[in-house]
Design a binder for this molecule. Structure first.
Ligand SMILES: Cc1cc2nc3c(=O)[nH]c(=O)nc-3n(C[C@H](O)[C@H](O)[C@H](O)COP(=O)(O)OP(=O)(O)OC[C@H]3O[C@@H](n4cnc5c(N)ncnc54)[C@H](O)[C@@H]3O)c2cc1C
Length: 422
């Protein structure tokens, strides 16, 4: 009989075990991590392109706004173990951190492996066994504890902390396999869907631009908007702005891209008007139409290749003198620059989603501890909960903060029980 079994040895599960030693009740805890994959923290190793964007700089008060509609509900966990507290925890163990100019915080070694290895060794120092290749298939509340069945073995524990993540990047082991078991226990699970994921649209016209990006694009969906860099892939829109908006998109609904939010459409019209009225020569209306647009929009960061696609797809002759082109044609190009509108056909799916939107509904859990309200002794942390953050370190911060909140409560109860039995 273990005091605690953590199901899932990813970012949250490892962190929970690694921070147990901070609490009096965590010392001497008989703990086990059951990890379904061949090694712990496989997704952690991929984070930040192998560099591990641990968290974000700035005030923790700014964090809740980065988790969509559920941000307000996790404030307590974030404030109790903030970005600064995380850095202090890691630095006290010799793992220095650095903040980049864009606010992203990394280990100074820029090595996700160093973070994973540190968490594993700290978990083991705290007395946790880590068993890999054991996928949990059954979770049964029994008496004052739980029985857990894997394909090969059976375990029992007084308390269980579920850290099985979401469904994204299933090759890392986070395949959503625990959600049906949780539903069988009567827990409400918000249907998981891919988030921070490239967005597919009908009649995507930018395949030939694959690999090109546009800085500072504004994207609006019906339920939200985002501003940031955009990346064209062969089949979809990607890049930070698209990943952020992906939690709001739905097939059949519109998204609208403004590639030049730093200029208003009215300003652009004025500039075009000045050219049309201008004399021959540099800036004059005798220039090719394409040149006129390029001179106005390339300095604003609009890639020439994208502008070319606008001309091609709008079937407007780029070489015609601007004086001979019509105002309606200019408006069509402006439409593409300021209101490029598409119908969403879907997303690139869980195989390319950085996180999962959905999971164990937050009202199922106590807000400060993430203990199940229906099944005492059963806790949750990380992406298995219905929380998904923006890119920039917010998802790992939540995994760490929620894991610590759950562990603090588990250790506190253990200590109280210990005192009572003395
Ligand atoms: C490519 C990529 C890059 C990312 N980069 C960043 C970044 O730089 N910064 C950031 O903040 N976030 C990043 N994220 C998101 C971040 O990695 C996750 O939000 C975070 O790992 C969630 O932690 P978790 O412990 O909840 O889940 P996971 O890390 O997914 O761990 C869950 C674990 O549970 C195990 N498991 C699942 N089911 C079972 C079962 N039935 N039995 C036993 N074990 C099971 C899995 O094998 C897995 O090891 C990135 C995600 C991806 C995919």
């Amino acid at each position: 009989m273990y005091d605690l079994i953590i199901i899932g040895g990813g970012a949250a599960g490892l962190f929970a075990a690694a921070c147990a030693g901070q609490f009096p009740g965590g010392k001497g805890l008989k703990g086990l991590i059951l990890e379904g994959g061949r090694e712990p923290g496989q997704k952690l190793l991929l984070t930040g392109a192998g560099q591990c964007n641990l968290t974000h700089g700035g005030s923790i008060r700014e964090f809740p706004a980065h988790y969509g509609k559920n941000g307000g509900k996790i404030r307590s966990a974030l404030y109790s173990f903030s970005n600064e507290a995380l850095c202090r925890f890691l630095e006290s163990a010799g793992l220095e951190t650095v903040e980049r100019e864009d606010g992203k915080v990394y280990p100074a070694s820029f090595s996700a492996r160093a973070v994973r290895d540190f968490l594993v060794s700290r978990a083991e120092e705290n007395g946790f066994e880590i068993r890999c290749g054991l996928k949990v298939r059954e979770l049964i509340p029994e008496g004052d504890g739980f029985r857990i069945r894997t394909e090969k073995e059976e375990f029992s524990a007084e308390k269980v902390l579920v850290c099985t993540g979401g469904c994204s990047y299933p090759a890392t082991g986070s395949d959503g396999s625990l959600f049906p078991l949780l539903e069988e226990l009567g827990l409400e699970v918000t249907p998981p869907k891919p988030a921070l994921v490239p967005v597919n649209v009908e009649n995507y016209p930018y395949s030939e631009l694959s690999g090109a990006s546009v800085l500072g694009v504004r994207i609006a969906a019906e339920e939200g908007a985002a501003e940031g860099d955009l990346l064209f892939t062969h089949r979809a829109f990607s890049g930070p702005a698209v990943l952020h908006i992906s939690r709001y998109v739905k097939p059949g609904r519109k998204i609208v891209l403004n590639y030049c939010p730093a200029m208003s459409r009215e300003e652009a019209r004025e500039k075009l008007k000045a050219v049309r009225q201008g004399s021959e020569g540099a800036g004059g209306a005798k220039q090719e139409t394409f040149t006129v647009f390029r001179n106005i929009f390339a300095p604003m960061g609009l890639p020439e290749a994208l502008l070319r696609v606008f001309f091609e797809t709008e079937k407007i002759d780029p070489h015609r003198r601007f004086s001979e082109s019509s105002g309606a044609e200019s408006e069509r190009i402006l439409d593409r620059i300021f209101r490029d509108s598409f119908t969403v056909s879907g997303t690139a799916g869980f195989s390319q989603a950085m996180v999962t939107c959905g999971g164990v509904a937050l009202p199922e859990t106590a807000p400060k501890t993430f203990e199940s309200k229906r099944i005492p002794g059963l806790y949750f942390a990380g992406e298995v909960l219905d929380v998904d953050g923006d890119t920039g370190g917010y998802n790992l911060q939540f995994a760490f903060s929620s894991a610590r909140a759950a562990m603090k409560d588990i250790c506190g109860k253990k200590q109280t029980e210990g005192r009572q039995s003395e």
